[in-house]
Design a protein around this ligand. Structure first.
Ligand code: NAD
Length: 471
């Protein structure tokens, strides 16, 4: 495996100005490579380069922007093997899932390439022609987390470039290498300064969020960090897209055929070992079907092969980092102490690496931390309810509002319940399905703004009304 050993500023590979920092392989718990570390001064240089590039890049014709993104997608495909291995090494997920992440990164780039920025005619009358246009914002700062490192970087960077902005990217210090490689590839296509990357921990992120020459921050990560970013952005009124934490509830309607849905529920709860913003994180099941649902999910959990993502046959990798592993263990231990029944899993594996097997916890309800807080890991609480009204009240009794789902045989009944969920997305008979053409964003404390589709693209633009008088 090759890892990129420089950051990129103004199209050039540059040595980091500080001591490199180690990056762990979650399957061994040990460092597998050293990452270059940027200084706050290098953040200034990256922003200055992006600002200079914006002067001309903002005028790039649409057809050229589209062609650039298609060439980037081709480069992602051409480097897919290396990118997938890097994702598995730094993030931990099984290689097949990392390959899917790389495939989705290329697909998302192509979809974004083909989107158009619309011009809306507001009025076309004898007195005036009024048109709503959209112009790029300037320098976009992208700050990304460690769960889907390559894909989320693509979600941020591609719509920014497609709309003629320039970018400074900061990946999570836990998973920097796939984004460094992506930025190296993008630099083969776009003019110097259009994409820059700085690496480091939260301090480098803060140097970006308080920077007066960054016009927008697109951030995916935890809610407390999102709140800090919002505060820091006030000085120059940065535009914000904040995709934050979730604690998605899911309701199985009474009398549902459980054989049809158990697999889907398991997959979407434990997607990426549960480290997915819009994973199914709390499951509400009617008391008459409670034991049967629990048994089916325990059986699916027992079929998982836990191990290093690079090993053949492994379906379930490690948690990405020790702090997250400790949080999952703490929440499960607390649920146990509150009378919860751990039906499978429930203990970190001894030995090297951050392994925690798929864990199902029964006999808990709202008010227990594992239910109320985002676990962001492989532990699913299952809660019994007696009426659908009660289930809805418990589902909505949470500060988060990213996604939610309802599972049932009667779609109209499911629709009536799903539309009452307080969430940015409401799925029926599915969960965690994120698509490039479907706008996605959080309600309540799960975020501000929207990604994907035309609505997501326009978040990288400033509307300008052009009004031509015909009086
Ligand atoms: P995090 O907030 O700790 O870190 C995310 C990024 O922000 C990292 O690059 C980090 O270095 C940087 N950062 C940390 N403090 C900062 C500060 N004060 N200012 C600027 N940057 C700062 O999040 P994480 O632990 O990497 O990710 C897990 C969280 O992300 C979970 O809560 C999860 O739900 C959420 N998430 C949300 C979505 C979504 O689309 N809503 C998607 C993926 C993950």
């Amino acid at each position: 495996m090759q890892t990129v050993s420089t950051i990129f500023i103004n199209g050039q590979p540059v040595e980091g100005g500080r001591e490199p920092f180690p990056v762990n392989n979650p399957a061994t718990g040990e460092a597998f490579a050293q990452c270059p570390a940027a200084t706050p001064e290098q953040v200034d240089e990256a922003v200055a380069a992006a600002q200079a590039a914006f002067k001309t890049f903002q005028h790039t014709p649409d057809a050229e922007l589209k062609a650039m993104l298609h060439r980037i997608a081709d480069l992602i495909d051409a480097n897919a093997d290396e990118l997938a291995r890097v994702v598995t090494l730094e993030q931990g997920k099984p290689l097949a899932l990392a390959q899917m992440e790389v495939g989705a990164a290329a697909g998302w780039t192509r979809y974004t390439a083909d989107l158009d920025v619309p011009v809306k005619v507001i009025e076309d009358s004898e007195t005036r022609l009024a048109e709503l246009h959209h112009k790029p914002l300037g320098v976009v700062g992208s700050i990304t987390p460690w769960n889907w490192p390559l894909m989320i970087a693509v979600w941020h960077i591609m719509p920014a470039i497609r709309t003629g902005n320039t970018v400074v990217s900061k990946p999570s210090s836990l998973t920097p290498f796939s984004t460094l490689k992506l930025v190296e590839l993008i630099n083969q296509v776009v003019p110097a300064g259009v994409i820059n990357i700085v690496t480091g921990e939260g301090g480098i992120g803060r140097a970006m969020t308080s920077h007066q020459d960054i016009n927008k921050i697109v951030f995916t990560g935890s809610t407390p960090t999102g709140q800090d970013i919002m505060r820091k952005s006030a000085d120059n009124l940065k535009r914000l897209t904040l995709e934050l934490g979730g604690n998605d509830a899911s309701i199985v309607l009474p009398g549902t055929d459980l054989d049809k849905i158990a697999q889907g529920i398991f997959q979407t709860a434990f997607l990426n070992m549960g480290q997915t913003c819009a994973a199914l994180k709390r499951l509400y099941v009617h008391e008459d079907q409670y034991d049967e649902m629990c048994a089916k999910l325990v059986e699916l959990a027992s079929e998982q092969v836990v191990g290093s993502g690079l090993e053949e046959g492994v379906t379930f990798g490690p948690v990405q980092n020790k702090a997250q592993l400790d949080l999952v263990a703490e929440l499960v231990d607390d649920a146990r102490a509150q009378g919860g029944r751990v039906l499978c899993g429930g203990e970190a594996q001894q030995g090297n690496g951050f392994f925690y097997p798929p864990t199902i916890v029964a006999g808990v309800s709202n008010g227990v931390r594992l239910v109320d807080e985002e676990q962001f890991g492989p532990a699913l609480p299952i809660i019994a309810y007696s009426t659908v009204e009660e289930a809805l009240a418990m589902a909505n009794d949470n500060v988060n509002g990213l996604g939610g789902s309802v599972w049932g045989d009667d779609i109209e009944q499911a629709r009536a319940v799903a539309t009452r969920l307080e969430s940015g997305t409401a799925w029926i008979n599915n969960h965690a399905e994120v698509l490039p053409h479907c706008p996605f964003g959080g309600s309540k404390m799960s975020g501000v703004g929207i990604e994907f589709g035309e609505e997501g693209l326009l978040e990288y633009t400033q509307p300008q009304l052009l009004s031509i008088s015909r009086g």
